[in-house]
Ligand binder design. Structure first.
Ligand SMILES: Cc1cc2nc3c(=O)[nH]c(=O)nc-3n(C[C@H](O)[C@H](O)[C@H](O)COP(=O)(O)OP(=O)(O)OC[C@H]3O[C@@H](n4cnc5c(N)ncnc54)[C@H](O)[C@@H]3O)c2cc1C
Length: 403
């Protein structure tokens, strides 16, 4: 149907253009400047659209893996600051909660600036997750020679188990800690990250892409957002600080223009990070710029003395809790159930606390609300959570197909 409408509109426009040439009996010139005044006079072309979506096959036997990991949350927001440890300058860059991939480039920019202030050109990065990789590449781009030291490398790092969506405001800090200075820092990180992520669009392997996202609601009108009972009071509404990034605003979809069996549907486009591909792209860039990787665990800060570099960027994520005895890093457990990929069904949706993100390497289902997983470091998969997610999406798809 969409195709028919498009052909009708496009066909009409091109027929008019051809007619103009024919009436004047002039062959189109290849050298004459393009004249779009007629097109501008006719105004914008509008047409109704109906969203066509392929159903997701949500069945237990299509779940090919379940991953569980912890977000490194700090009530005061990520720790990005320099500290002297004996003869080393250590720049901490950890504690990014549920927004580590999203804010990674902006955080790297701040950390690398602190690391290179004294003109250092030989830098050690500890950690090879989202924060370590982006800090390493950023330091190389600033002219430094970089070695990454880490206990684990991708895909065995926690960052590899992220959902992979642009979520710069997710579990960033507690509301009570959001000072104007922290808000400014968040907004700066958000802007830098957003810009750098754009530079990975269209790159081989599609490490970053835009995807349609639908938020489904059983209530016909917008209801005030309430913090679920038992949930920590995470900072909310941060996106208001970067209004220029909200150009792709939500649109309310009129009933009849979408296939969802609920009274309210909103849509926008979101950035999705295909984490496996993004990680490989970054590792490739790092190696191409002469970077080295060394597998090494640091059990105490004194172990840093073994490094030849005088400047260290510490991107140990949840590992910082043990290494620095920093109990401000709190685990927030998150579990993902992975359905077999469906290239024809590439969209995201959120309904009744279940999120679905269709990536090229699998369709991720997640039971997610602010109240879940706080201060829970367990990494045992919970089969009941998997069953709940699969059943919720299966029910929704069945209702969609019934119409
Ligand atoms: C379920 C889930 C979904 C998520 N979804 C998203 C999302 O959609 N978008 C988003 O932006 N964020 C998301 N996040 C958050 C994001 O994944 C984290 O903020 C991010 O991965 C943290 O990265 P990191 O590099 O700090 O830590 P890690 O990935 O844990 O990397 C730490 C590195 O440090 C090394 N290390 C640690 N301790 C030591 C030591 N003592 N010695 C040597 N090496 C050490 C480790 O081996 C590893 O290489 C999600 C998180 C979870 C759990």
């Amino acid at each position: 149907m969409l195709r028919r409408q498009f052909l009708r509109v496009a066909g009409g426009a091109s027929a008019a253009a051809l007619g103009g040439c024919a009436a004047q009996g002039v062959a189109p010139s290849t050298t004459a400047p393009f004249d779009d005044t007629a097109m501008l006079r006719s105004g914008p072309v509008t047409f109704e659209s109906t969203t066509v979506l392929h159903p997701v096959r949500a069945r237990p036997n299509r779940v090919f893996k379940v991953t569980v990991c912890t977000r490194p949350f700090r009530a005061a927001g990520p720790r990005i600051e320099a500290e002297r440890v004996r003869d080393k300058l250590v720049v901490h860059n950890y504690g990014h909660g549920g927004s580590g991939w999203s804010l990674s480039w902006g955080s790297a920019a701040l950390a690398v600036r602190l690391a290179l202030t004294d003109g250092a050109r030989d830098v050690a990065v500890i950690g090879c997750g989202a924060l370590g990789l982006t800090a390493a590449v950023t330091a190389q781009r600033a002219g430094a020679r970089v070695t990454i030291y880490a206990k684990e490398f991708p895909p065995d790092v926690r960052s590899s188990s992220a959902t992979g969506v642009w979520s710069p405001d997710s579990r960033f800090a507690l509301a009570a800690n959001m000072t104007p200075a922290l808000e400014q820092r968040w907004a700066a990180m958000c802007r830098t990250s957003y810009a750098v992520h754009q530079s990975y669009l269209g790159v081989a392997g599609t490490p970053v892409e835009w995807i349609d996202r639908y938020v489904l609601s059983d209530a016909a009108a917008a209801a005030p957002q309430e913090t679920p009972s038992g949930a920590p009071d995470f900072a909310a509404g941060l996106l208001r600080l970067t209004p220029e990034l909200r150009r792709l605003a939500w649109e309310e979809l009129e009933p009849g223009t979408h296939p969802f069996p609920v009274p309210r549907v909103r849509r926008d486009m979101g950035l999705v990070f295909n984490v496996a591909s993004l990680t490989r792209t970054l590792l490739g860039e790092f190696a191409a710029a002469g970077g080295h990787q060394v597998r090494q665990e640091f059990r105490t800060p004194a172990d840093l003395a073994r490094l030849r570099q005088k400047v260290i960027i510490d991107c140990t994520g949840y590992g910082a809790r043990a290494l620095w005895r920093d109990e401000s890093v709190v685990p927030v457990r998150g579990q993902l159930a992975w359905l077999l990929p469906q290239p024809e069904a590439r969209y995201c949706l959120y309904y009744r606390d279940v999120g679905m993100v269709s990536r090229s390497d699998g369709i991720i289902l997640q039971h997610d609300s602010e109240a879940m997983g706080f201060n829970d470091a367990s990494t045992e998969p919970d089969p009941s959570e998997v069953a709940y997610c699969v059943q919720s999406i299966a029910d929704l798809m069945a209702r969609m197909q019934r119409g």
